[in-house]
Design a protein around this ligand. Sequence first.
Ligand SMILES: Cc1ncc(COP(=O)(O)O)c(C=O)c1O
Length: 428
Amino acid sequence: MTITLAPPRAARVARTAPATSTPGPLDVLGVPGQINLDYAATAPCARAAADAVAELLPWYASVHRGAGALSRRCTLAYERARQTLGDFFGARADDHVVFTRNTTDALNLLARALPAGTTVVTFGGEHHANLLPWPRGSVRLPVPDSPDGAVRALDAALTELRRGGTAGGHRPPVLVAVTGAGNVTGECWPVAALARVARRHGARIAVDAAQLAPHAPVDVTALDVDYLAVSGHKLYAPFGTGLLVGRADWLDAAPPYLAGGGATSHVGAATHDVRWATGPARHEAGTPNLLGAVALAAVCAAFAEADRVALHRAEQTLLARLRDGLAALPHAVELRAFGPSAPRVGIVSFVVAGRESAQVAAGLARDHAIGVRDGLFCAHPLARRLLAEAAARSGRRDLPATALRASIGLGSTAEHVDRLLAALGDLG
Ligand SMILES: Cc1ncc(COP(=O)(O)O)c(C=O)c1O
């Protein structure tokens, strides 16, 4: 099927409320008339990020590579950003805070840093970024039907792994890799409880916080998790910056993620006469993304100052409006793994019975200037399973093979939600 991209029909769109309800640095930028309900893919840019970039642009110069005043300022800004982000995510004194391109990059880096023989345990509910990087022999647990079920399943799997015994008297490491909030359903995973289970079994745990961090505080110390991965572009900062925060030992012992300038402490004349740096620099070869780092730090600093309880409450009110509105539409069916009242962030996936999701999404864009996502959301095993479950729950045989996803955050309004619901209602 060919989708023709028509220019936005601004004239048809009544003026929406300003795209922000939170004045100040957590205002988000946007285009008047366009209703963005696709934050889970990429969130709009926050004012704090735009301002931080604008302020630094005149100083634009090398990072870690120059003695000039501009360069020194840029190096300082980069390292301050690292510090701010480490503090924001509760990094321990001996953790590394490594800049990456995004969550996918961060988890691939961690996969490359695993000690030989590590078994990785994940659930089938993960985004591909937290399914595909792991080595052969990884254990993929079935998608549980409740947060408690996830905890029980992990406990059982780790017990079983331990029973598997030791390799030559040495117990190979185990890493549990779980999402903080799912990108298909927005459902929150019981990270702290899973971390307790992992600890009890002597395993480490990594959290894919790509979807959780934009909606809730995430603190590696408080959660007692070993690694955390996030993406700047989902956290109201520009593309191209992510983070891996976590334990230094595996990272310092691993081969550098990229080989090149900045990752070495000594390079001799012979081809392989290289001493690699330890610390974050080991995995950050090449000139870094200064503006991305500084912008992400500015957003996180603004979040640290904000009333996150109030932000959470506002988002949950909008989310309830969206979910209640969908539930009231006879032809819409929500996707979910856990029960309907399980805690979740501002993400809802659903299908419109009898309609192809790609056509619905195209129609929302063309006729209503509403942007949503359609497809299987880079979580194919989970999305397919939830589509089958939605068909069984609703008893409908006319559900499409892919889904729609609406996601909200800073700057989303009741009017945005109502416009989506009205447009979907017209499809009935
Ligand atoms: C839960 C989750 N993890 C990882 C990713 C990958 O993020 P990125 O594309 O920024 O690497 C996404 C992106 O949608 C996600 O939702």
